[in-house]
Design a protein. Structure first.
Lengths: 579, 463, 271
């Protein structure tokens, strides 16, 4: 009573929360806006992670797509009767070791007649992969009666040619000639005259390009002049002069223009042949014949075409001659593309179109097999000991802390352990799945122990008590009742651990699983590589085609990982038991 | 021979099991009391008593035989050859090739004799091992068989054996740690103190040197470039990339965790959690490929459009992708600690009229702070030890810089670079990698121990 | 009544109920859980072929004492048992004794029915199998059938012996656990509040079963329910705060307790 009277007499200290005034309402609104903002940050964070994941997967899958198909030339191959000595005709080994180069050269000559000179011929032959005769060879070995006959066989294209058909080439624009055109010959360097000024449009485009280049040069000259290189002024003057000359050329509509590899390639397709234009005037061109002309007759309007390879030759990996050959094959319907089975069935190779992941996949399987048979029994046994039999003392504590710490040791340190202990001290073979498996087993052991302990702990003690109650020994209770019930959990943990091991790369680099190995390994002591290491190796190679291979190998790796994780989730759902 | 040994072992084990079990089955209890152990346990005990001595015999005998056979080889060569370690290696390889029929050319008389001697020692030795192994195994088996009786506690004996096996398995974890410590510490010690090692640095040079150049001066005519083992540029490079990674993953991971544990509906969680788990499960070699081939060119192109000159192996690209890798890690650890904050604390704040975000900011996060700090420490340790992303996306040159647009190198990149390919264990360069490994192991171990300590204290607070 | 004079005495002077008929003889049993002194100086004789009930409020030590009799307390690392417990005159804490064989002779039924998540058949067959009691499959089948029969479960499950034990109702599960216990033909069956998780009808069936089993076994039952103790047991022991307060013929305990605390407990004044 006295308290209340004292409060009422003093200055009022009881305040009421003001909820009606505009300021108060504004404050509340502000607080709710802050709330919404905070929530949005959280959502944004998760979305960022999700977007990153999607971008990553889409990027890799799109990069990988070209590697899953392959391109071959379906050609009529005439196998000479003397491919192998007559007495060796039914000896597959002799057939396999025969020289197929002349056979292929002949097949290509038949497909594109009139290719002359060592240079173009070699270019033509180089369009084929070194592995091109493989199918032919196997077919002959299987059926020697084909020797001496002519039949259709797919010849694998080289990676460059393969990529050309997958879009790494150039856009091609063709325009029919409006007037007539007359070539001066059928091969070598010839001129083509077109009285109808058919080339004037190309000349204008070309002049524009020249003008553009003049501007670029002028700009570069100014930049050089401003720079502080020792001979800047001198160099700038040279550039200026060059730019001026180009500008003058661009202004003169009558002068002929020379084409070079930094400009789009212009070609004239006439009388069944192809001429690469080197000098261009409005009514006349001069150029080298890439594909021989059938005749030197006049071509009627509409019967000949002006072809543009829009990407300049210097801006692509494939020469004009190669493009011309490939386009000719395509026009004749020889080019065929299909699923790249070789990618899954062959080992590594220096040639991108021949390289496959079989060696790496088998190496991975062998390595993971070693890991599995080592770390599951040891991990489960250790978990049983720690969870059920270990006395509660300092020593057990040390083991426990140790396992937790081991789970966080960087994987590369396990590689150092493998290198110093297994290779150097015990003298085990380098690059072998045996050592890789050992290292990975030690690496995933903590994961499996921790997961197995959790699974054992989840089995209610009443089961163990029931077994003890009928006179089972402690071990019988564990091995007959608790362990079988914990098995799904242990298996889930094991699969997750193995998925971890499957993606691990760094420790395997340390123990030499980075060697270039063509052969598919057959035992755990053979030199081998694994899928992630194969990815690492390929990603380092400069050839463009290997980028797609790398991405494709990643897709395969991810598919394996998703399958394993899917299995773990399925197991968890299927055997989840609520006690 | 190994195969023969283990096939014999397997046969003996099966036979021992069957004999012991049959004997036990034939037992008749003497005075009303039941037979103590099931026949199975008598059999298992017999099998175990065979396996242990026979495997021990093999494990001890094989290396001795190999050693004897090897040393017998050198007596056929003049001492100046036999005492040269390089020549010894050559001889051993030749002997092995000769015995396997892969020797190229005509072997010398000494080599042929040496090979014959090796083979003789090897085979007789192996036979002796096999013989003693069988003898010891049989002796153990007979001992067990002689003790089989109604009152013999075969089960208890066998269970003691099983317990020993279980304990041994638990010790593998300890052995692994000892193995790691032994290998890195020993090689590191040699790196600093082995007097026969040319070009080894002092500890001060290593810890405070600002130049890292282990590759140089292998030949006399390359003597111009100075070999240097200064650790500082690697440290700054590692820390720079780690810092960028944490800068990315810290806020994103923490906010993800807050949203998932405080705001998300169960349906949203069911979608978001697997996404984070998939992200966590992407192998780092894949992330490295993505960093090197997609992110780095992207950043470079983006920089060019602003007139910035960005290195194609910039720390930024590696750090960003590494940050993405760590998001799920921070998120799941933080999720756990936020969920561990008692509901009563939140209820207290709500009851005072706090909004949800105010409750999280003022009550939940401060309460969960120790756990979050430890999550960040574990994430840092993860980032420091990460190898593949930096190997593929970061540079090799040891630049001492804090500019994220330049190329830097890291501890793990250098370990990988030095140790991949051929290496001799006697060069300072190889041992330098182990010294780096030692630093890496030590730093991450410390971070983990401290983080675990923090978590333990934090748990005690709320349990 | 004269027990008021002895009201503050800590332990009863031991008066053997029926000399020579005692199956279990406990003398000065003390149990410590770490620092906690859970059972203080308990001495009691348990008669054969009868049901003895242990009653008392929660945490009084009755379950602890029960678990001493088949040494289930061994599984708790911090638990320490001193004193002497004899079954048929043999010390069960003798280091030379195999605890597994002891537990085969002393069956146990737990508070919550805990059948193995295996078939009904396997549940019952497990004990005989690990102790090698059956010579062959027919023998084992017979043991399973008789055990189920004795547990009064055979009629209900004989067509579905391969169904999971966990698919049975709570009462059936508990009877399955009893069948599992008697399958190894123990001398003694310990029951730790066997009906606390069951409904009244199932409880009644278990109680009937206990009464039937009495002629072949020595049964010790721990129960919270005094009615149950009165219904099924011949002798009753009352525990309070780790002390055996009073022990005697059930009828005597319930109608004419010597101790104030016993009277307070059975009349519902505490507990």
């Amino acid at each position: 009573m006295t308290d209340t009277s004292m409060q009422t007499t003093a200055t009022p200290i009881r305040r009421r929360l003001d909820t009606t005034s505009p300021e108060a309402q504004a404050a509340v609104r502000r607080r709710y806006r802050a709330e919404a903002r905070f929530k949005a940050y959280g959502l944004l964070a998760i979305l960022t992670a999700a977007v990153f994941l999607v971008v990553l997967l889409v990027d890799i899958v799109s990069k990988a797509m070209p590697a899953f198909t392959t391109t071959a030339l379906q050609l009529d191959v005439a196998v000479p009767g003397d491919l192998v000595p007559p007495d060796q005709k039914y000896n597959p080994a002799a057939i396999r070791s025969a020289d197929y180069l002349p056979v292929m050269r002949e097949a290509l000559r038949t497909a594109i007649p009139g290719v002359q000179g060592r240079g173009p011929e070699r270019t033509l032959l180089r369009l084929l992969s070194p592995g091109a005769p493989d199918i032919l060879r196997e077919r002959l070995a299987a059926d020697p009666s084909l020797i001496g006959t002519t039949f259709k066989v797919p010849l694998l294209l080289s990676a460059t040619a393969d990529l050309y058909f997958k879009g790494a080439g150039t856009p091609i624009i063709a325009r029919a000639g409006r007037g007539s055109a007359t070539p001066s010959g059928t091969s070598g360097t010839i001129t083509v005259t077109a009285p109808g000024n058919d080339f004037s449009e190309n000349l204008v485009t070309l002049k524009l390009a020249v003008a553009e280049r003049a501007r670029t040069l002028a700009a570069e000259a100014e930049r050089t002049a401003r720079g502080n290189a020792p001979n800047a002024a001198e160099r700038a003057n040279e550039l200026r002069a060059e730019a001026a000359a180009l500008a003058a050329r661009a202004k003169d509509p009558a002068s002929a223009e020379a084409l070079d590899s930094s400009l789009p390639t212009l070609l004239a397709e006439i009388n069944g042949g192809l001429v690469k234009i080197s000098q261009l005037a409005a009514n006349r061109i001069e150029g080298d014949v890439l594909l021989r002309l059938a005749t030197a007759d006049e071509a009627k309007p509409g019967d000949w075409r002006i072809v543009t390879y829009a990407t300049p030759e210097s801006g692509r990996k494939i020469t004009d001659l190669e493009v011309a050959f490939l386009e000719r094959f395509k026009a004749k319907g020889h080019v065929e593309s299909g699923i790249n089975w070789r990618f899954f069935t062959s080992g590594d190779s220096r040639e991108p179109e021949l390289a496959g992941i079989r060696g790496a996949v088998v190496g991975t399987a062998l390595t993971l097999f070693v890991t599995l048979i080592l770390c599951v029994p040891i991990g489960v046994a250790a978990a049983i000991y720690l969870e059920e039999f270990a006395p509660k003392n300092r020593f057990t504590d040390i083991i426990e802390v140790n396992i937790n710490n081991l789970a966080a040791v960087p994987s590369i340190v396990f590689g150092l352990l493998g290198l110093a202990m297994f290779l150097n001290f015990f003298g085990l073979p380098r690059s072998a799945p045996l050592v890789g498996g050992l290292v990975l087993a030690l690496l995933v052991l903590p994961t499996i122990i921790i997961a197995s302990r959790a699974a054992l702990k989840a089995v209610p003690p009443s089961i163990k008590e029931a077994a003890l109650g009928v006179g089972a020994s402690h071990q019988q209770a564990i091995f007959h009742h608790v362990l079988p019930l914990a098995m799904p959990g242990i298996m889930t943990g094991t699969i997750i651990g193995m998925a971890h091991a499957l993606g691990e790369t760094a420790p395997l680099l340390m123990i030499g699983m980075v060697a270039f190995i063509v052969d598919v390994p057959t035992s755990i002591t053979d030199a081998a590589t694994v899928l992630p290491v194969q990815i690492f190796l390929w990603s380092d190679l400069p050839e463009l085609a290997f980028k797609a291979k790398t991405a494709a190998a990643i897709v395969v790796l991810l598919v394996f990982l998703f399958i394993m994780n899917g299995m773990a989730i399925w197991l968890r759902k299927r055997f989840e038991r609520r006690w | 021979m190994t195969t023969v040994y283990f096939i014999t072992l397997a046969c003996l084990v099966v036979a021992g099991y069957i004999i012991a079990a049959r004997r036990a089955r034939a037992l008749r209890p003497s005075s009303g009391a039941a037979v103590h152990s099931l026949p199975t346990y008598h059999g298992l005990l017999a099998a175990a008593s065979l396996i242990v001595p026979m495997i021990l015999m093999f494990a001890i005998g094989s290396p001795i035989v190999k050693q004897l056979a090897t040393s017998s080889v050198f007596s056929f060569f003049p001492p100046e050859i036999a005492n040269d370690p390089l020549q010894r290696g050559v001889i051993l390889r030749d002997v092995a090739n000769l015995l396997e029929g892969r020797y190229q050319g005509e072997p010398s008389a000494a080599l042929r004799d040496a090979a014959a001697s090796y083979a003789r020692f090897f085979w007789t030795g192996r036979l002796v091992v096999l013989g003693t192994g069988i003898a010891v195994g049989m002796a153990a088996l007979l001992l067990v068989l002689s003790r089989i009786s109604a009152s013999f506690r075969a089960r208890n004996h066998f269970e003691r054996f099983v317990l020993a096996v279980l304990l041994l398995c638990a010790l593998v974890a300890i052995l692994t740690t000892i193995g790691i410590v032994f290998s890195v510490v020993w090689e590191t010690y040699r790196f600093f103190f082995d007097p026969s090692l040319k070009g080894r640095p002092t500890i001060t040079d290593f810890l405070f040197g600002t130049e890292w150049n282990p590759q140089a001066a292998l030949r006399a005519d390359q003597g111009e470039i100075k070999t240097a083992y200064g650790f500082i540029p690697l440290l700054t490079g590692t820390l720079l990339i780690t810092f960028i990674a944490i800068l990315v993953a810290g806020p994103l991971g923490l906010f993800s965790a807050i949203y998932l544990s405080e705001y998300a509906t169960p349906r949203f969680r069911a979608w978001a959690k697997p996404i984070l788990e998939i992200l966590a499960g992407i192998p780092t070699v894949v992330l490295g490929f993505f960093a090197a081939l997609t992110v780095a060119p992207l950043i470079r192109g983006w920089g060019e459009s602003f007139g910035l000159d960005i290195a194609s192996e910039s720390a930024l690209a590696a750090g960003l992708v590494m940050g993405m890798m760590i998001i799920p890690f921070i998120s799941s650890l933080s999720d756990d600690v936020i969920n561990a904050v008692p509901q009563s604390l939140r209820d207290g704040a709500y009851a005072l009229g706090a909004t949800k975000s105010e409750t999280i900011k003022k009550v939940v996060l401060p309460a969960a702070l120790p756990g979050i700090v430890s999550a960040f420490m574990l994430a840092i340790s993860r980032a420091i030890g990460e190898t593949m992303i930096v190997v593929m996306a970061a540079g090799l040159a040891a630049n001492l810089t804090f500019n994220p647009l330049e190329a830097v190198t890291t501890i793990t990149v250098q370990i990988k670079t030095i140790l991949v390919g051929d290496q001799e264990f006697d060069s300072a360069k190889t041992l330098a990698a182990f010294a780096l490994g030692f630093v890496l192991f030590f730093v991450t171990l410390m971070l983990n121990i401290i983080a675990q300590q923090i978590v333990r204290r934090y748990r005690e607070q709320y349990d | 009544m004269d027990m008021t004079t002895q009201g503050i005495q800590i332990a009863q002077p031991f008066v053997p109920a029926k000399p020579n008929a005692a199956k279990v003889v406990a003398r000065s049993v003390n149990v410590h859980y770490g620092e906690k002194h859970a059972l203080k100086d308990v001495s009691v004789d348990v008669p054969d072929q009868a049901v003895m009930a242990f009653i008392g409020p929660s945490g009084c030590g009755k379950s602890t004492f029960l678990r001493c009799i088949n040494r289930m307390n061994d599984t708790i690392p911090i638990c320490r048992v001193t004193g002497k417990i004899e079954i048929d005159g043999k010390d069960i804490y003798d280091p030379a004794l195999d605890v597994v064989q002891l537990r085969a002779r002393v069956g146990m039924v737990f508070q919550k029915p805990n059948p193995f998540p295996k078939s009904i058949y396997e549940n019952v067959a497990y004990g005989p199998r690990i102790h090698g009691l059956a010579k062959n499959k027919t023998d084992l089948d017979e043991i399973v059938t008789t055990s189920l029969e004795k547990a009064g479960l055979l009629k209900e499950v004989k067509d579905r012996l391969n169904d999971s034990g966990t698919s049975l109702s709570g009462g059936q599960q508990q009877r399955l656990c009893i069948a599992r216990a008697i399958a190894v033909s123990p001398d003694i069956i310990l029951m730790d509040e066997p009906c606390s998780a069951l409904d009244p009808i199932a409880t009644a069936r278990i109680e009937e079963l206990i009464d039937e089993l009495r002629s072949n076994f020595c049964i010790i039952i721990v129960t919270h329910s005094m009615q149950q103790a009165a219904r099924v047991s011949q002798r009753t022991a009352f525990f309070h705060l780790g002390i055996l307060v009073e022990e005697g013929e059930t009828e005597a305990i319930f109608t004419n307790p010597r101790e104030e605390r016993t009277r307070d407990y059975i009349t519902g004044r505490f507990g």
